[in-house]
Design a protein around this ligand. Structure first.
Ligand code: SAH
Length: 235
């Protein structure tokens, strides 16, 4: 009798898990349709990546049910994972190609890096909070992303050993555009970065590095956690 009960419990748990997974897939599909396509994102590569990466695996356990809602979510250490639409908007703005080498500043949960890694051959990402950097590194490795390198450190100076990059994405709000990042961009490359005074609504700026000039264009107003510097960071 207890064996039958055991089997029944097992079957119940297995179907429960299966329904859970399908539910996430359905929620993700809806997220792409209602939040991303509906707001005008058209890049096929961006839409494909957003519909593939399991966002619920990048948020804390208790936040999983909100993973596909239309907003940012806390990821621990006082940081947040951006709203899905903003992730898609910033990704599309870089006009990525498969053979691109991309640098991200602000790994956070690793979600944005995973989205980029579905589109391009190699992603380098830097996170200033050690705990977040180590967690994201472990998570991405366990999930099988073998084209992402995570480094713990201050992203202000970029990643000179791997420069130049075809594209750079900064996912923390900066007061100005770090010159080392402009220097590490290839000619023809693009960078997207939220810029504005501390703790304010900032402008998402698209930087296009041309042969003899750097063209900057403000795309939209956004709110981001601040870009911090190693010397200012609390322990
Ligand atoms: N892209 C992330 C969300 C980023 S939140 C995701 O998909 O989850 C912004 C992150 O930038 C935070 O984790 C913050 O710690 C980090 N950050 C802030 N200043 C930084 C700096 N100078 N160098 C590297 N990371 C920084």
């Amino acid at each position: 009798m207890s064996r039958i009960a055991g089997i029944l419990i097992c079957v119940f748990l297995m179907t429960g898990a299966a329904i859970g997974q399908e539910d996430y897939i359905a929620k993700r599909k809806l997220m792409v349709e209602a939040q991303i396509k509906a707001r005008g994102i058209v890049s096929p590569a961006t839409l494909r990546a957003m519909s593939k990466v399991p966002r619920h695996l990048f948020v804390p356990e208790g936040m999983k049910i909100y993973a596909y809602t239309d907003g940012p979510l806390p990821i621990g250490n006082g940081q947040t994972i951006s709203q899905p639409y903003i992730v898609a908007f910033m990704t599309q703005a870089l006009r990525l190609k498969q053979d691109h080498k991309v640098l991200e500043i602000g790994t956070g949960s690793g979600y944005q890096a995973a989205v980029l890694a579905k589109i391009v051959d190699s992603v380098y990402t830097i996170e200033i909070v050690k705990d977040l950097a180590l967690r994201a590194q472990k998570k991405l490795y366990n999930m099988g992303y073998d084209n992402i390198e995570v480094r713990w450190g201050d992203g202000y100076n970029g990643w000179p050993g791997e420069a130049p990059f075809d594209a750079i994405m900064v996912t923390a709000g900066a007061e100005s555009i770090p010159q080392p990042l402009i220097d590490q961009l290839k000619v023809g490359g693009r960078m997207i970065i939220p810029v504005g005074p501390h703790n304010s609504i900032r402008q998402l700026v698209l930087v296009h590095k041309k042969k003899n000039k750097v063209v900057k264009k403000e795309l939209m107003a956004v709110r981001f956690v601040p870009f911090t510097r190693e010397k200012n960071r609390k322990p």
